[in-house]
Design a binder for this molecule. Structure first.
Ligand SMILES: Cc1cc2nc3c(=O)[nH]c(=O)nc-3n(C[C@H](O)[C@H](O)[C@H](O)COP(=O)(O)OP(=O)(O)OC[C@H]3O[C@@H](n4cnc5c(N)ncnc54)[C@H](O)[C@@H]3O)c2cc1C
Length: 542
């Protein structure tokens, strides 16, 4: 990929012109993740960020298992692990102190903790550091997007640096990860429908050396007198989030005497060391379109949700993971641009559900009527006595799954264990007959992978067919008995292989299963997939 960085000074007010395949606006977690993935896939990317570096605001502190998995693909998950801990559970406590609902932390089939506590500035630092290593000179801090235009062939953006000099960047695609107040979204006139809970601000305070510093669970104090949440942070810190009532002046509540009042039921404020504090109004909004021509909205620029499900940043990571490989596929000439429409199709449904979930979790924990709170506590107390219901909540099945039901998947049938199309493939432990134990992800690499479980026939035809589309597709031949290059490495992998014996699965670079078919039907399924990706040489391509 050419890295054309022609420095032309033809227009008096433009001091430089640069070009890239993709321009990413915003170096928050979403933009940085998208840029890292694009660089991994071989795409030339420029990121502009108006700040001079990561900002130290008290924002995301919970990383989910899918985000951790993407970090592992980038090779930086171990670095983050040194700056956080998990799995982290959630306990919802009644006013009287008994647990209304208890979810202990667990490791998911994605291979990582369902929730890991992290320090968002550290995450941004790690992602920025990796990008600087992998794509030197392409992350431009202190550069602000001020205007842009698009044509059928690309976009042109005006960027102002810290000295107020203007630069022009041309690119084939623009990824707007420029946060809640997205200039790009505004200029595109994309509606941002939803609501803001302006009457229910929260005070957020991060404190150091907390007695609960290493307690591996969040406590939702569902006390109707003043709902409060305390969440573990790395480095022995803890976050407290206090509900504010409409008659309280949010800014005044940050004054020490008012903070002392808020902390009184939990801590002696004299001994509290405040690291960061802020007042937040939470929003629930979703952009009416995630794509306008060559421009895509990601992360907070595309959606906002209250933090009660800890899914804002994690949803942005899913956006980046979903879109980056598709853009790479188009830029590398493997897919037609039409494939990019699947980004909105695949992400919209899950994002809407996760916004609703976050709102509902907030409503449930922030009840301020003593009577309604009592009903809630009694109801959950009773439900906890019913073992299947108890198990349902404990395993967090009440949280919407990020299934991809429509888009670049073939014959989605509801993502069942037998037909997991539209779900991430589990990060199984497997054994390479020559190299020993490894994770399925390491065997698959970062591109497409075809997994054949105890299949010997048609596999060559199938792999040839998919490699016409992506020559780098890896083939994982799993054998339960003697055949195959890999065998299951533990009980779980064994069970999974038993369940899929005789099948072939196609896994996308974002680890989602696009095809799960009996070996006899695999070539037809691949052709359906190729038709959906608009591959020019697909037999089914119109
Ligand atoms: C109290 C609180 C707790 C939260 N807890 C969690 C949690 O535990 N887990 C979770 O998943 N989420 C959580 N969130 C949400 C999470 O912080 C956000 O969803 C996340 O930061 C969004 O990332 P982003 O990259 O999309 O946007 P941002 O982080 O807002 O980044 C956007 C970037 O774009 C830059 N920018 C904007 N305009 C321009 C421009 N014109 N030119 C150049 N640069 C520009 C900005 O400077 C900024 O750096 C929480 C939020 C809050 C408020």
């Amino acid at each position: 990929m050419g890295r054309a960085t022609a420095e032309v000074n033809s227009a008096p007010d433009i001091v430089s012109r640069r070009s890239a395949d993709v321009l990413v606006v915003g170096a928050g977690p979403t933009g940085l993740l998208a840029a890292n993935l694009l660089a991994l896939y071989g795409v030339d990317v420029i990121v502009v960020e108006r700040n001079e570096g990561p900002v130290n605001e008290p924002r995301a502190i919970i990383l989910d298992d899918e985000f951790s998995r993407v970090l592992a693909t980038l090779g930086v998950e171990h670095e983050m692990r040194e700056h956080g801990f998990g799995p982290v559970g959630v306990h919802y406590l009644s006013r009287l102190g008994f647990a209304i609902l208890k979810v202990d932390g667990f490791v998911t089939p994605n291979g990582f903790a369902n929730r890991t506590t992290i320090w968002q500035p550290k995450l941004e630092e790690v992602l920025a550091g990796n990008l600087i290593r992998e794509a030197p000179g392409r992350l431009l801090f202190g550069h602000e997007l001020t205007a842009f235009s698009q044509t059928d062939s690309g976009i042109t953006a005006e960027i102002k640096d810290a000295s107020a000099h203007s630069h022009e960047v041309s690119a084939r695609y623009l990824l707007a990860a420029d946060g809640a107040r997205s200039l790009v979204r505004e200029r595109l006139n994309v509606d941002f429908d939803g609501f803001s809970a302006a009457d229910q601000p929260h005070v957020v305070v991060d404190i150091a050396e907390d007695p609960d510093g290493y307690l591996p669970y969040t406590k939702f104090f569902c006390d109707p007198r003043r709902p409060c949440t305390s969440v573990p942070l790395p480095y022995g810190m803890r976050r407290f989030e206090f509900f504010l009532f409409p008659d309280e002046d949010p800014e005044a509540m940050l004054e020490p005497q008012n903070l002392a009042r808020l902390f009184r039921p939990y801590r002696d404020f004299e001994s509290v060391r405040v690291m960061r504090k802020a007042v937040y109004v939470f929003h629930s909004r979703l952009a009416s379109s995630l794509q306008v021509g060559r421009v895509f909205l990601l992360g907070d620029a595309a959606h906002l949700m209250p933090p009660f499900g800890a899914q804002g940043m994690n949803s942005g990571a899913r956006d980046a993971n979903n879109l980056a490989w598709k853009i790479a596929s188009v830029i590398l000439g493997r897919s037609r641009a039409g494939v990019l429409q699947s980004y909105d199709v695949e992400r919209r449904d899950h994002v809407s559900r996760i916004i609703r979930y976050s709102v509902q979790m907030g409503r449930l924990s922030n009840i301020t009527s003593k009577f309604v709170a009592l009903i809630r506590d009694l109801l959950f107390g009773l439900l906890n006595l019913v073992p299947p219901v108890h198990r349902y909540f404990r395993s967090m099945r009440h949280m919407p799954k990020p299934d991809v039901g429509a888009g670049l998947v073939v014959d989605y049938a509801g993502a069942t264990p037998e037909c997991p199309v539209g779900r991430p493939v589990p990060r199984l432990t497997i054994v390479d007959r020559h190299e020993g134990r490894l994770s399925l992800d390491d065997a698959m690499g970062s591109g497409f992978a075809m997994i054949a479980v105890d299949v010997t026939s048609v596999i060559e035809r199938a792999i040839d067919r998919i490699r016409e589309f992506d020559p780098t597709t890896r083939c994982i031949r799993m054998g339960l008995d003697d055949g195959g290059d890999y065998t299951p490495g533990d009980e779980e992998a064994h069970r999974w292989c038993q369940l899929h014996r005789g099948k072939i699965l196609l896994v996308r670079p974002d680890r989602y299963i696009a095809i799960c078919a009996p070996h006899a039907g695999i070539v037809a399924s691949i052709d359906k997939f190729l038709a959906a990706t608009c591959l020019p040489n697909s037999e089914l391509d119109p």
